[in-house]
Design a protein around this ligand. Structure first.
Ligand SMILES: N[C@@H](CCC(=O)N[C@@H](CS)C(=O)NCC(=O)O)C(=O)O
Length: 209
């Protein structure tokens, strides 16, 4: 299928950041092409990709003659370029919910590094880790669980009254623990299971073949 939107992703579909961009495009029902970048063989270091992405990382979105990398910038670009009501909003509508969603996105990207290290996305997409969480991984897991417990309402499917990309991002972070059978409160396990069933997330998993 040909469109003027192309998403550059890692060829193994392991990048959580590429997943978020893929889900945002899918939820907006945009048609887009996928270009796979083989990180193992350093395709992201080619001068062509370097120029396109500026950062040499996946994901990158190309829209016509414009390209942008950094998943949060891609999501914001898509939200501005393909706004509601014609397209589904991927960020909450209200000022404060939107701020909270962005807070969560920024925090999940910049903090909790020991958890990402102990439970990389291969734990979710390939196989669980046999190693227990390190002390710093455990501390990060506790921080995540505390924040998620106060945000997730068991009577609601999503964080902000309607689905937003922050739900997928939080669910992915929690799923690092759930899949590995690390202790996670039932309310959060149920939230992850609900979010993981979303067709846009399932469509990403199907790409993995
Ligand atoms: N902050 C970036 C992170 C992107 C990122 O770390 N991508 C990884 C794959 S998960 C990557 O391209 N790694 C290749 C490398 O850095 O050499 C975003 O949100 O898009």
């Amino acid at each position: 299928m040909s469109s003027n939107l192309t998403l550059f992703v890692d060829s193994r579909f392991f990048s959580p950041y590429a997943l978020f961009a893929f889900v945002a495009l899918s939820e907006k029902k945009l048609s887009f092409d996928i270009e796979k970048i083989d990180l193992v063989n350093n395709a992201h270091h080619s001068s062509g990709y370097q120029q396109l992405s500026l950062t040499g990382r996946v994901p990158t979105l190309r829209h016509g003659d414009f390209s942008v990398s950094e998943s949060s910038a891609i999501i914001e670009y898509l939200e501005d370029a393909f706004p509601a009501p014609h397209h589904l909003a991927v960020l909450p509508a209200s000022l404060r919910d939107r701020a909270r969603a962005r807070q969560l996105q920024a925090w999940l990207r910049s903090d909790l590094a020991p958890l990402r290290e102990d439970r990389p996305t291969t734990v979710i997409f390939q196989q669980p880790s046999a190693l227990p969480l390190s002390p710093s991984g455990q501390a990060a897991a506790q921080q995540l669980i505390a924040a998620a417990s106060s945000l997730v309402n068991e009577k609601a499917d999503d964080l902000f009254g309607a689905w937003s990309i922050a739900d997928t991002e939080l669910a992915l972070m929690l799923n690092r623990l759930v899949v590995n059978q690390d202790p996670v409160p039932p309310k959060l396990k149920a939230y992850v299971a609900r979010q993981w069933q979303r067709p846009s997330v399932q469509a990403w998993l199907q790409q993995q073949g």
